[in-house]
Design a protein. Sequence first.
Length: 498
Amino acid sequence: MTEHPRVRTTHGVVEGRWAGGHAVFRGIPYARPPVGVLRFAAPAPPRPWDGVRPAVEFGPAVPQSGPAPAPAGGQEGTDWLTVDVSTPDPGAAGLPVLVWIHGGAYVSGTTSDPMYDPAALTAGGIVVVAVNYRVGAEGFALLEGAPANRGLLDQIEALHWVRRNVTAFGGDPGRVTVAGQSAGAGSIAAMLTMPSAHGLFHRAVTHSVPGTYCTRALAEQVAAVLADRLGTDPTTAALSCVPPGRLAAELTALGAQLSRHEERWGRLARTGVAVCPVVDGEVLPASPWQALAAGRGGGIELLAGHTRDEFRLFSVMSGRAGTFTDEDAATALDLFAPVPGGAGAYRAAHPRATAGELVETVYSDALFRMPSLHLAHANAAAGGTSYMFELQLASPVHGGALGACHSLDVPLAFGTTGSPTGAALLADPPAPEAVAVSRELRQAWIGFVTTGDPGWAAYRPGEQLTRVLDARSRTTRYPEQASWRIWEGRPPTPFALI
């Protein structure tokens, strides 16, 4: 074993370090910094370098927006488009590859988050590649003169980098699984049917796919309002003069005031996040569910799932848990229940529910649970093989107030229950049942990435077999049947102007 592992990529030699018996390389550019004349442009290949490039520090994160920006942990600078690689052995050959796409509501996130430490997954014999991509306005604002969905284009460029380079790290470019949670899962759902992503991955893992996509008309209006707040126009020429940090801060401020735009922006105004992937007809021709139903994707091996109490994290973080009114419930049902008849169907299915229970149920369904289920359903109908899970293990913190909340599955899957986020969600040390669920979910990932089988029966539209992850895990019919009956045949639709 050499003191410092070195790998020759297509653009130059990188030198990483050994960590726990694995070789780790960080901050490797897969595209040029998207600044100056490249700002708001499609990703451009990186420039080659001479000599040996150190690859021991995380790359810098794109300026963060939103109520929960990722903690700083990388270098300073604008080299935002980088990957990190963790491999059991850079001298190996044919190892399965997992490409991780982080979440963060499309406005935040970075690979340097300790929750995403790949050590436990790499110990399972797989090469893990984590991708930094443009988030917020840099990646998803719809601007005149710029391609839509630049964050998705970044991810696709990173997958091209993986295809060209992962062999040098011991991986097999013909055995690539993409995995993501929340916005990362939504990105993967989009890529399932994007022509430009075809053939770049062979399996997919999606945790908590968000139903947040928007129409071109809505995205254009959001960009116009954002630019107006900055005293300029929604064009690349105008916004290129606005420093990235200031643009990110203004997007955060707009997100905090989205409710002011509810009369025209409808559902988007209730999410707290102003940008998301745009169904623009070119980069993203259709929503994932529409595209799969129309035969624009042949179906692949897909491991999809969500948590039971998806929305609880947001109601607790916002301080609204336990304070929702009947008016809040009516608004949630009117905006997010499927039409026609969805609002009445929810009330009929939950006749004794409190206002808070109705709010959390409909938001959990519309934003994460039903998009995830519909994706598994549509993938299977399109000829793929889907596996489904629901996490029911509840967080013990805050007196159990979080339940089985959004993001609880991430430290469990990575085996990072001791990370700051893992400890905040699962307590330190975690309970034995959390350790057991973490082991099961992590092994499911490793098994799926390696063989296409997570360890339980496949989901089929008739049976709907689903793995329920809990202190006593079991495989059963999809547990949220009341919600499925309301949403069956009604896949998510893009947010639109009203």
